[in-house]
Design a protein around this ligand. Structure first.
Ligand code: GDP
Ligand code: IMO
Ligand code: MG
Length: 424
C-alpha cells in the first residue's frame, strides 16, 4: 500500500507525527517538495526530533528514506541533520537516497531571500529565509541552477560557480547594494558537500519504481500545506513549490495513480505563519489561549503562529485539490477548556454565500466567515485510549468536522507524543 500525507491548511498541521506513525508499516518514506523551510516534529517518549530535510521516517532505523527531485536541498542543513541523528545513534548509511536531480539551495539563495524580504518592507511574504523562492526561481530559469549531480564533477562545478557568482554579484549589488560573493569560497564549501552527500546520490525515480514493482510500501511526505501551494494556495503568500499532493508525482516521478491512499492532516483549529489572508484568524485572547496551549511557535523559525478557528471551507477545498481519502485531525487536546468552539462553514463574498474556497486573493480578502458554534469541553483528553472514551462534546466536534468535510477522520491527535494518537 502506498500513501501520501499532505497538510490541509497553511503548514504545521502535525504531518511529522502522522508520518512517523505510518512509517512503522512503510518500507520507504519520501519527501517530494519544499526544503528546509519545513519543520516536522516527531516526539518519541521524552525525545524530540525536528526534521527539516530528512523524511520523518528517518528516526526509524529500518525505514529507507528518499529525498525526491522536487525537493530543494540546503546541503549544510542536510549534513547537520545526518550528523545530529548519528549523535543520537541513528545511522542513515545505506538507507538514505538523494535524487541526483534535486536542486541545491546555496548560501546566496538564503541571502537573496533575506534581501528581497527586507526590500519589500511591509509587503514582505514573511518567508522562512531558507532560500526557497530564489532556489526554485533559479530552477525555473535553468541556466544558473545547481543540482546534486553537479557535485559529481568538480572542474565543471568550479566553472559554473564562477559564472553564477558573476551574475549574482551584479544583481545583488545593483538591486540591494549588497557585499560581493567569492566564488572560490563557495566552491570550497561545495567540496565538503560532494564528500558528504554524493555517497547518498541516486536515481530515486528508478529506485522508487523498482521498489513499487517489488511490492514495497511507500509513504510520501508533503511539506507545508495545500493553502501554501504555489498554484492552488493563497498566492502570493505561498511557498514556491506544489505543496499539495499535486506536487508528489512531479517531485518523485511516481504517478499519483500508484498511490492507494491520500491522507490529509489538519489541526482541530487553524494556524498560519508569515503574512497573507486568514479568514478565521483570532487576533484576541482566544487566539492567544490556543497559541499558548498548543505551543504554536514555528519549528523552523520560532515565530509565533497566527491562530484561528477551524475553517471547513478552506479544508474542504484542500481535500478536493488533493484527492484526499481520509483526515488526520491533530491537536484536539489544545481546544480543551474553551467555553465555546466555532467552525467556519461558509463564506459570504459580496453578499453571496459560498462553500467553495476562493484561492484568488481579491475574492478571499472580501470573505466574511459564517460560523457554527458548539459548546466546548473541560475534561483533559490527552490520555484517553480510544475515540469512544472522549467527552461527548469533543466527539460531537469531530463528527461535525467529518460531516462538513465529507471525509472520515481516521486519526485524532490528543498530544504531541507518538502514542497520543487515536485511530478509528
Ligand atoms: P508539521 O510541520 O506538519 O510536521 O508540524 P510541526 O511539527 O511544525 O508542528 C506541529 C506541532 O504540534 C509539533 O510541535 C508537534 O509536536 C505538535 N503536535 C502534533 N500533534 C499534536 C497533538 O495532537 N496535540 C498537541 N498538543 N501537539 C501536537
Ligand atoms: P511545514 O512543512 C508553515 C510559509 C512561510 C511563509 C511562506 C513562504 O513545517 O508545515 P518560504 O520560506 O517557503 O518561501 O515561505 O510559507 N511556510 C511554512 N509555514 N509550515 C511550513 O512548513 C512552512 N514552510 C513555509 O512562513 O509564510
Ligand atoms: Mg512544521
Amino acid at each position: 500500500m502506498n500513501c501520501c500525507v499532505t497538510g490541509l491548511q497553511w503548514g504545521d498541521e502535525g504531518k511529522g507525527k502522522v508520518v512517523d506513525i505510518l512509517a512503522e508499516t512503510s518500507d520507504f518514506v519520501v519527501r517530494y517538495n519544499g526544503g528546509a523551510n519545513a519543520g516536522h516534529t516527531v516526539v518519541i517518549g521524552d525525545s524530540k526530533f525536528a526534521l527539516h530535510l530528512l523524511p520523518s521516517g528517518a528516526v526509524r532505523q529500518g525505514v529507507f528514506c528518499v529525498i525526491g527531485n522536487g525537493v530543494v536541498i540546503d546541503p549544510d542543513c542536510l549534513i547537520g541533520e545526518i550528523d545530529e541523528l548519528a549523535k543520537r545513534n541513528i545511522s542513515l548509511d545505506g538507507r538514505l537516497f538523494i535524487s541526483e536531480n534535486a536542486h541545491l539551495v546555496m548560501d546566496y539563495h538564503k541571502l537573496e531571500d533575506q534581501l528581497r524580504e527586507d526590500a519589500l518592507g511591509k509587503n514582505k511574504i514573511g518567508t522562512t529565509i531558507r532560500g526557497i523562492g530564489p532556489c526554485y526561481a533559479d530552477k525555473i530559469l535553468r541556466s544558473y541552477a545547481l543540482t546534486v549531480s553537479d557535485l559529481l564533477d568538480s572542474d565543471a562545478l568550479k566553472a559554473k560557480l564562477e559564472q553564477i557568482v558573476a551574475v549574482k554579484n551584479k544583481t545583488f549589488t545593483a538591486l540591494y547594494n549588497a557585499a560581493t560573493l567569492d566564488a572560490g569560497k563557495i566552491f570550497d564549501k561545495c567540496t565538503i558537500y560532494s564528500k558528504r552527500l554524493v555517497p547518498y546520490a541516486a536515481d530515486t525515480t528508478e529506485l522508487l519504481h523498482k521498489a513499487i514493482a517489488d511490492g514495497k510500501s511507500i509513504l510520501f511526505e508533503g511539506a507545508q500545506g495545500t493553502l501554501l501551494d504555489l498554484d492552488h494556495g493563497t498566492f502570493p503568500f505561498v511557498t514556491s513549490s506544489n505543496s499539495s499532493s499535486l506536487g508528489m508525482p512531479a517531485g518523485t516521478g511516481v504517478p499519483a495513480k500508484m498511490v492507494d491512499k491520500f491522507i490529509g492532516v489538519a489541526k482541530a483549529y487553524t494556524t498560519r505563519v508569515g503574512a497573507g489572508p486568514f479568514p478565521t484568524e483570532l487576533d484576541n485572547d482566544i487566539g492567544q489561549y490556543i497559541r499558548q496551549k498548543g505551543n504554536e511557535y514555528g519549528t523552523t523559525t520560532g515565530r509565533p503562529r497566527r491562530c484561528g478557528w477551524f475553517d471547513a471551507v478552506a479544508a474542504a477545498y484542500s481535500i478536493k485539490i488533493g484527492s484526499i481519502d481520509s483526515v488526520a485531525l491533530m491537536h484536539l487536546d489544545t481546544l480543551t477548556g474553551l467555553k465555546e468552539i466555532k467552525v467556519c462553514t461558509a463564506y459570504e463574498i459580496d453578499g453571496r454565500r459560498t462553500r467553495f474556497f476562493p484561492s484568488n486573493r481579491h475574492k478571499l480578502s472580501k470573505a466574511k466567515c459564517i460560523y457554527k458554534t458548539l459548546e466546548g469541553w473541560d475534561e483533559q483528553i490527552d490520555d484517553v485510549s480510544n475515540f469512544n472514551s472522549l467527552p461527548k462534546l469533543a466527539k460531537n466536534y469531530v463528527l461535525l468536522l467529518e460531516e462538513l468535510l465529507e471525509k472520515p477522520v481516521t486519526m485524532i491527535g490528543i498530544g504531541p507524543k507518538r502514542t497520543q494518537t487515536l485511530t478509528r
